[in-house]
Design a protein around this ligand. Structure first.
Ligand code: ADP
Ligand code: MG
Length: 614
């Protein structure tokens, strides 16, 4: 038996590992399983290179848990290690065996991308959960002797002969008191699922404490074991070889979302970096607040983490997908990903791909694109606001739904509106029910308006105005001269305005007279776009004192309406007051609704009107 101390300052190493990985203790399983997978990959490379004869041997990783004895076993039938290799690769912590391997065989290999050499401290992460770690290993090299390496606390190790008689490596973890949770079969399976679902080697799971299943006569039933992972995730296939069904199935498998995805983007590049993956546009149920994307990042089919903002542009995190990047400059600590030129390049590549896909859908299949618009628009708008380069790319593919239920682009709207102005005015409604009177008037005047109902729309249109100086947006209930052309100033109009003002008795009430096409509308309230936006801003930023700022609201009385016409001639003052108040309330209802006091007054007045009818 040979004893020694680990050569790197062992007083420091564990606290450092623990500190780095503290929040992610469960990654030990990823590291050990991926080491097994690497060892098998290496073995297969040697076969490919003709160094080892090929056979029909099956390559497998077995995870066994023995809760009663507080042990977890991870075994592979890969390349194995000689005792020299153990000393070199395991004892000299900083020495990356993978790097060594790649260097040794570099010129013989066409691709070395399958070897995970990025994690560095991978194996030692096992000491986060285990007091003692054992390695039993038998190298593929002929006449090797099996070796057992045992290390307590990651500091003192011993090497002796091992009983292992099959090629490969068996890791035994003696789980510590604080980590007993990992002995729980469900927990362990869950972690395996998270990290190892797509590892390129079959993984089998065994609960050693489980009693064998028996039939009624007590005979043991042999259950055929199935791997718990999928060796060939869809993203590694060529996009041209994947069917729609496969994309949908894969989506369900990974995200457990019963709604079908709307469409997807299959990323597949070798240059300037290696990147594969699939991004799905999920079907949305609610507005933006409810969108919860999930983009999983893999390194050679080993799960790394989810929703890493440095790699995947933030707005794309609203999508669901898997991205596999073997070139990722990974380290156990993910903070190293920040400010890395490579990562920035990758992120903008993904953004570009998404924009390209949207543009090609818009150009080549506008009908389908339109069908999806209600679901994807929130995502796209958010993306535009977050990332100017994205906005510039998809800008001409942005659709707007209008009050006739058509989906058109900004340019199409401008063309239709035939405006000679340098700045085109784009009208929009935010609430079809509340603004129904205005919509009706718009239709009667052959004017078009977009429907922009979500919370994201106001910042989105401000954003467009900021970058496109040819357009300005106005809400459908703003002071629109196209419709509310003020009637000539004459005595009867002035009288009407005065009558209305004195009866409604509101401070700073602006009243105008107009001839609207819709004779059924007695009056309507409009508010200047600027004033409304100011008010919305101040509400957003809390109670900014608005003081005596003009509300920008104007009541437009419609002279084409019978009630208004008769009001001018009405002699009964009480009745005139009642009618003025009622007309005002009706306008208010279709403008922004009534508050509690206004509602009580309105209902009382209605009752009074009905009483008069009896
Ligand atoms: P990395 O995998 O990044 O090289 P690790 O700390 O995970 O770092 O592993 C260190 C080295 O130990 C590996 O590069 C490999 O040479 C060796 N090793 C670890 N696990 C195994 C295994 N199951 N089979 C063969 N070699 C192994
Ligand atoms: Mg490793």
């Amino acid at each position: 038996m040979e004893k020694g101390n680990l050569s790197i300052n062992s007083d420091n190493i564990l606290p450092i590992i623990k500190k780095w990985l503290y929040s992610d203790t469960d990654i030990f399983i990823r590291e050990l399983v991926s080491n097994g997978s690497d060892a098998i990959t290496k073995y297969n490379k040697l076969i490919d290179m003709g160094e080892i004869k090929s056979s029909d041997e099956k390559f497998e990783i077995h995870i066994r848990v023995d809760k009663d004895n507080k042990k977890i076993f991870i075994e592979d039938n890969g390349i194995g290690m000689t005792d020299d290799e153990i000393k070199k690769y395991i004892n000299e912590i900083a020495f990356s065996g993978a790097t060594d391997f790649v260097n040794k065989y570099n010129d013989k290999m066409d691709s070395n991308s399958e070897i995970i050499g990025h994690f560095g401290l991978g194996f030692y992460s096992s000491f986060m959960v285990a007091d003692t770690v054992e390695i039993d290993t038998l190298s593929y090299i002929e006449n090797s002797k099996a070796v057992n390496w045992t290390c307590e606390g990651g500091i003192e190790y011993s090497i002796k002969d091992s009983k292992k008689n099959t090629r490969g490596t068996l890791i035994t973890l003696h789980i510590n008191e604080d980590s007993k949770e990992f002995l729980n079969v469900f927990k362990l399976k869950e972690i395996l699922k998270k990290y190892c679902s797509f590892i390129p080697v079959d993984i089998y799971f065994d609960d050693l404490n489980e009693k064998p299943k028996t039939d009624d006569d007590g005979n043991i039933i042999v259950v055929e074991k199935k791997p718990i992972n999928n060796k060939t995730p869809l993203w590694i296939k060529q996009p041209s070889e994947c069917t729609d069904k496969e994309y949908k199935d894969f989506y369900r498998e990974v995200f457990h979302d019963f709604n079908e995805p709307l469409f997807w983007i299959h990323l597949n590049v070798d240059y300037p970096f290696n990147l594969k993956g699939i991004l799905y546009f999920p079907k949305l149920k609610h507005e933006l607040e409810a969108i919860e994307g999930q983009v999983k990042l893999y390194n050679n089919q080993v799960f790394i983490a989810e929703n890493i903002k440095e790699v995947i542009p933030e707005f794309l995190l609203l999508l669901k997908g898997a991205i596999d990047c073997p070139d990722l400059p990974l380290n156990v600590s993910r903070s190293f990903l920040q400010n890395d030129g490579f990562v920035t390049k990758m992120s903008s590549y993904i953004t570009k791909k998404v924009a390209d896909k949207l543009n090609s859908e818009f150009k080549n299949d506008r009908e389908t694109f339109t069908k999806y618009w209600d679901d994807i628009n929130q995502f796209i708008k958010y993306g535009c606001i977050k990332d100017k380069s994205f906005y510039e790319k998809v800008n001409s593919s942005l659709l707007f739904k209008n009050i006739n239920d058509d989906y058109i682009t900004l340019d199409e709207y401008i063309e239709k509106s035939n405006s000679d102005d340098d700045k085109a005015t784009i009208y929009y409604a935010t609430d079809l029910a509340l603004q129904s009177q205005y919509v009706k008037m718009f239709k009667e005047n052959n004017l078009d308006a977009f429907i922009l109902p979500t919370k994201l729309d106001p910042p989105f249109i401000s954003y467009i105005e900021q970058y496109n100086d040819k357009v300005t947006f106005k809400r459908i209930d703003s002071d629109i001269s196209d419709i509310f052309e003020e009637d000539e100033e004459n005595d009867s109009n002035k009288e009407l305005v005065d009558l209305f003002k004195s009866n409604v008795n509101k401070n700073n009430l602006e009243v105008k007279v107009s001839n609207l096409k819709s004779s059924s509308i007695s009056s309507i309230i409009v508010q200047s776009e600027e004033a409304r936006r100011m008010k919305e801003m101040s509400q957003m930023f809390g109670d900014m004192p608005m003081g005596d700022m003009p509300t920008g609201e104007t009541v437009i009385l419609n002279k084409n309406n019978k009630l208004v016409e008769k009001l001018i001639k009405l002699e009964d003052e009480d009745r005139a007051k009642l009618i003025c108040e009622h007309i005002y309330d009706l306008a208010l209802i279709s403008y922004k609704g009534l508050d509690d006091k206004e509602m009580i007054t309105f209902i009382e007045r209605n009752n009074k009107i009905l009483e008069d009818l009896i």
